[in-house]
Design a protein around this ligand. Structure first.
Ligand code: GLA
Length: 711
């Protein structure tokens, strides 16, 4: 076999297997029915001293004339530093039950006694999954330094995109021109990280949401990792992702294996929306993807913080239920000694002073109202001021052995050494007991610090700790399959497809400021479909920024996600209550569309506003949000060109929610809005080409358009 050819949903992958190597001759647009001759796409001899053409291998190796970052790195006490992998076996089959295709390759270097098993799965929606397992076939130890997934992008990809951020400001895009050299985003947080990029992407110049070719790579891993774009001196360009391993962290004994985290690769011929479509389709096709309507949440954090009082919380639950809330989540502050964020982590017993009758009276109250009950936990952490730390100081993960120095604290907390089986068993037993003894439907599972210097027995343990945390999630889910879990990590510091294999949504950010959320949610949803992204209506003045926003803007911003509230709704005015109720009703009526449809983002002429929506797969219905983010440079109000619709179908366009009159910046409204019907009927083609005129909105306001096909 000299080639492997996979194709799905406008994407194809051609692997050139000549010379015992695996070279990615093509990853990108569909090349048609017939696998092209790899010789055609593999290029000619480069202008270098190497005598043969050196197209880059799937696992780039110096032994295959690659002078950039190797895909596999490690050694046996200095030896076996440069493997030359040769294909032993290659096959192509339908992927199990998914309708996709799966190529399996076995690569081996006899001299280095190393084997790499590679599986490339092309999902029906075009997302490519790459799984690699390295096995030590030798008798002595092999220390792994890196096993990355690398994929080439063609020369026309000249612009890069990645995301960065910080606490309460996650997932902000940054772009660069791709020049020779390496652009690396390293995440050494011991968790995914606030600044970690969801994807490393390359595209044709100026690629947007709906235009340009784009190639993007994501790593499904919640520990240290690297993402990079490397353009070599010969012009070949690679995207690469992989786990970052510290020295001594991963040593394979004879016969042992290391399975690298799955890498996810998306190609789109039509901008970032195509990248999202590949990810969203795959995520939604998973067996464990949430299939019930995403309930309206009320989370108590910004309403009461640590001031837990049964009476107050019951009245909060009453107010929530009155609004139509379906899940009530008790946040931090319920367990032993937890009066503030300096103590108590590790003591997962209901605090008898705060909760003399346990959680049951609140849980019963919540459930009597027909709501689910959720509880906040942070199982991977320990405060030094806790019974657990006093009893088991050696359970704190430390860089220099069980009794050595501790790492710098963060929010006064340390990391519980889950690699220690006793600590792991203890924490499993506590969580299992909590879930068994209380009627809990949902855990908000937090992880609130960067885990630098993680160590177990004096050896770096980020890799092992990440796997131990995964095992904890998996074991609890197996024991309590009906409990949903949210991945929170000081907001959005653990958002990746590794954690999402064992959780049901993410908390995208600790900011509930709608303006900040516009950016954070848009870019989180580059990879995650809206139903997995927690989005709450916060108080009028945001606790994280001090900005004040109208309820309409806050609520519309929370609509395109898993909707909730994080606000003391006991004190609402009548007008606020009526408005919030109407939005909740609208969310309930439309969540099946928002949570299953195709995400569409509009490329706008400038950055003073944003427009995005969701279109049902049969294109018969759509919802779009238009949000102003800043003052417009133009006097005239906008037209919104709407993409993603059927050009030949006619759509009725109306306001989805009443226009907030305080949002309107110009006295003259577009004619269709002031007409008796308050609607316009127009074809998808006209909507895409000319668009619909909109009222001018003051900055930091929004409106919703509802579209439905008419005969
Ligand atoms: C983190 C979370 C918040 C909240 C607090 C509680 O910061 O991101 O949502 O749960 O912890 O301490």
């Amino acid at each position: 076999m000299d080639r492997l050819y996979l194709r799905a949903a406008g994407t194809s992958l051609l692997l050139d297997l000549r010379d015992g190597d695996v070279r990615v001759a093509h990853w990108g647009a569909d090349l048609g029915d017939q696998a092209p001759d790899p010789a055609l796409v593999s290029g000619s001899a480069p202008h270098s001293a190497f005598d043969d053409p050196a197209p880059v291998s799937l696992i780039p190796q110096p032994a295959r004339a690659w002078r950039g970052t190797p895909g596999l790195a490690g050694d046996r006490a200095g030896r076996a530093f440069s493997p030359r992998l040769v294909v032993q076996d290659a096959s192509l089959e339908p992927a199990d039950g998914t309708g996709g295709q799966r190529a399996a390759l076995v690569l081996r270097d006899e001299a280095s006694a190393l084997q790499v098993d590679v599986a490339l799965t092309l999902a029906p929606g075009g997302l490519l999954l790459v799984d690699q397992t390295l096995t030590n076939l030798g008798a002595d130890d092999y220390a792994v330094a890196a096993l990355d997934v690398s994929l080439p992008v063609p020369a026309q990809a000249t612009e890069s995109l990645d995301l960065t951020g910080r606490w309460a400001r996650e997932k902000h895009p940054q772009r660069h021109r791709i020049d020779q050299g390496t652009w690396t985003r390293s995440a050494r947080h011991g968790r995914t990280g606030h600044d970690s990029t969801l994807v490393i992407a390359a595209g044709t110049p100026g690629f947007g949401w709906r235009s340009g070719e784009v190639w993007a790579l994501h790593l499904g891993w919640s520990g240290d990792h690297t993402s990079r774009i490397e353009r070599a001196g010969d012009g070949q360009t690679l995207l690469a992702v992989g786990e970052l391993l510290k020295s001594g962290e991963l040593v394979l004994g004879a016969g042992e294996s290391y399975t690298a985290p799955t890498a996810f690769a998306a190609y789109s011929s039509h901008g970032l929306d195509g990248v999202s479509a590949g990810f969203h389709d795959w995520v939604r096709g998973r067996e464990g993807h949430p299939s019930t309507p995403r309930p309206v949440v009320l989370n108590t954090w910004e309403a009461v913080y640590f001031n837990h009082d049964l009476h107050v919380l019951k009245s909060l639950a009453d107010a929530a239920s009155d609004l139509g809330v379906e899940r009530f989540v008790l946040d931090d502050g319920w367990f032993l000694g937890r009066r503030d964020d300096t103590r108590g982590l590790g003591d997962w017993f209901v605090d008898p002073d705060m909760w003399p009758l346990g959680l049951t009276p609140l849980i019963d109250h919540v459930r009597d109202k027909g709501m689910q009950f959720g509880l906040w936990v942070e199982p991977e952490m320990i405060n030094q001021d806790s019974e657990l730390a006093r009893e088991h100081p050696d359970w704190i993960a430390r860089p220099a052995g069980a009794h050595g120095r501790t790492s710098p604290t963060w929010r006064r907390q340390q990391v519980l050494d889950l690699v220690n089986p006793d600590a792991w068993d203890h924490i499993f037993e506590r969580l299992d007991a909590l879930l068994t003894e209380n009627a809990i439907d949902y855990l908000k599972w937090d992880q609130n610090r960067d885990q630098v210097e993680l160590g177990h027995d004096g050896v770096a343990s980020t890799h092992a700790q990440t796997l131990a945390a995964y095992r904890l999630f998996d074991a609890l889910r197996a024991a309590h399959p009906n409990v949903e879990i949210e991945s929170c990590s000081s907001g959005g510091a653990r958002v990746d497809l590794g954690i999402l294999q064992r959780t049901d949504r993410v908390w995208a950010s600790d900011t509930n400021d709608a303006l900040e959320r516009q950016t954070i949610q848009r870019w989180t949803q580059l990879v995650l479909p809206p139903e997995l992204v927690g989005a709450h209506v916060g108080p009028s003045t945001a606790h994280t920024t001090g900005r004040t926003h109208a309820l309409s803007f806050r609520a519309i911003t929370a609509l395109f996600g898993h909707f909730g509230i994080e606000w003391d709704v006991r004190g609402l005015t009548d007008a606020e209550r009526t408005e919030l109720r109407a939005v909740i009703d609208f969310y309930k009526a439309n969540r099946s569309l928002i949570h299953t449809g195709r995400s569409v983002r509009i490329d706008r002429p400038d950055e003073s506003d944003a427009a995005y929506g969701v279109v049902s797969h049969d294109r018969s219905r759509a919802l779009f949000v238009y949000a102003t983010l800043a003052t417009s440079p133009n006097e005239l109000s906008s037209r919104l060109r709407i993409a993603g619709l059927d050009p030949d179908a006619r759509y009725r366009v109306t306001l989805g929610l009443p226009l907030d009159e305080h949002a309107i910046a110009h006295r003259s409204l577009p004619h269709w809005l002031t007409s008796d019907e308050g609607e316009v009927v127009v074809t998808g083609r006209v909507l895409a080409e000319i668009g619909v005129p909109l009222p001018g909105l003051y900055p930091e306001h929004a409106l919703v358009l509802a579209l439905s096909q008419v005969e």
